[in-house]
Design a protein around this ligand. Structure first.
Ligand code: TXA
Ligand code: MG
Length: 317
């Protein structure tokens, strides 16, 4: 039975499940989150699998304190200011990642920025402290469905795809957190939410908060201008490797290649392939090759999101 009342005991069990790479749905003051250890790429791949999302988008990383947040992201004076004013609470801050961050590439969809939030819900707090790992969590609903504001919504939507659902009654706010890009000197609104643009403007002393133009929002990776895109040409559904190309393989067999080669998953495990995708693209690109030949990846399950990302990487720029 995955849905249990949130108690000290079930929170400890949920923390162990998270550390074990499993998915746990938990309450926050905004909506229920579908959580995984943000440092575990396979666990984060399971989030996308459970949501059935046809593309990878960057997830919010939940931590118990500003101090923890500052160990993962670079907090300039704007980010510090906003964090002190609104954390814990329904505000997500996008900042640059620190060098050598332990966060999985898939969590941030390969971006060099990270979205961080310190939720105020006592169950979320207790879970983060017990788990001792940053928790990546999108809203706990299937892709295209409305966000879950009650544990039984999560159960109906995701059911056995999650190891445990911590039930703490209806979400207080029922509206997702406000997402602010705090990488620069002025706040930029990426997603409206529980905290209004007026409140952000008042606290930061700006006349009004600029909203990001739609094309700059990472609704899906690749739509974001600054999103990592390999310099090398990406050729999909390749059955051979041309001179000057690197090979991005998938599955147990494939073309022989003496040059740079990475296999996303020799056992054809799509979860493994998703967890390796961003690092693999970056690494092959860094090897200085002219192009990357990508073997066919099935379009089923997580394969749809993997192929979406590969198509974007291969699209003419
Ligand atoms: O209230 C909430 O924020 C809930 C609870 C569970 O905390 N979470 C949530 O997560 O709504 P999700 O994955 O549904 O929304 C994440 C939002 C998306 O709009 C995403 O594009 C943005 O945050 N985001 C995440 N990382 C980003 C980044 N590095 N740069 C820009 N936007 C980012
Ligand atoms: Mg959502």
């Amino acid at each position: 039975m995955p849905r249990v009342p949130a108690t000290a005991e079930t929170i400890d069990q949920a923390a162990l499940l998270l550390r074990d790479g499993r998915l746990v749905a938990f309450p926050t003051e905004t909506v229920y989150g579908l959580g995984a250890d943000a440092t575990n790429g396979m666990a984060v791949a399971a989030i996308f699998e459970a949501k059935g999302r046809p593309h990878f988008n960057p997830l919010i990383v939940h931590v118990p304190s500003l101090e923890q947040a500052a160990s993962l992201g670079q907090f300039g004076s704007l980010a510090h200011h906003l964090a002190r004013a609104f954390w814990p609470g329904p505000l997500t801050l996008v900042v640059r990642q620190v060098a050598g961050s332990p966060i999985a590439d898939l969590t941030t969809a390969g971006l060099d920025t990270i979205a961080l939030r310190v939720p105020s819900h006592p169950v979320a707090r207790a879970l983060m402290i017990a788990a001792q790992c940053p928790i990546a969590a999108p809203s706990a609903n299937r892709s295209g469905h409305v966000s879950a504001t009650e544990a039984h919504h999560v159960e109906a939507d995701l059911g056995p795809r999650v190891a445990m659902i911590l039930d703490a009654g209806p979400s207080e706010q029922g509206l997702e957190s406000t997402v602010i890009d705090a990488t620069g000197t002025l706040p930029v609104l990426l997603r409206p939410g529980g905290i209004t643009a007026e409140e952000i403007a008042r606290v930061t002393g700006v006349a009004s908060v600029r909203a990001a133009d739609v094309t700059a929002r990472p609704i899906s990776p690749g739509q974001l201008a600054s999103h990592y895109a390999p310099g090398a040409a990406v050729r999909l559904n390749a059955t051979n490797v041309a001179p000057g190309e690197a090979l991005l393989a998938f599955g147990p067999s494939g073309p022989m290649h003496a040059g740079p080669t990475i296999n996303l998953s020799p056992s054809s495990d799509l979860r493994e392939a998703a967890s390796r995708l961003f690092a693999a693209l970056r690494e092959l690109d860094a090897s200085g090759v002219r192009g990357i030949a990508v073997m066919p990846v099935p379009e089923t399950g997580l394969g749809a999101a993997i192929n979406d990302r590969l198509r974007r990487a291969g699209a003419p720029r």
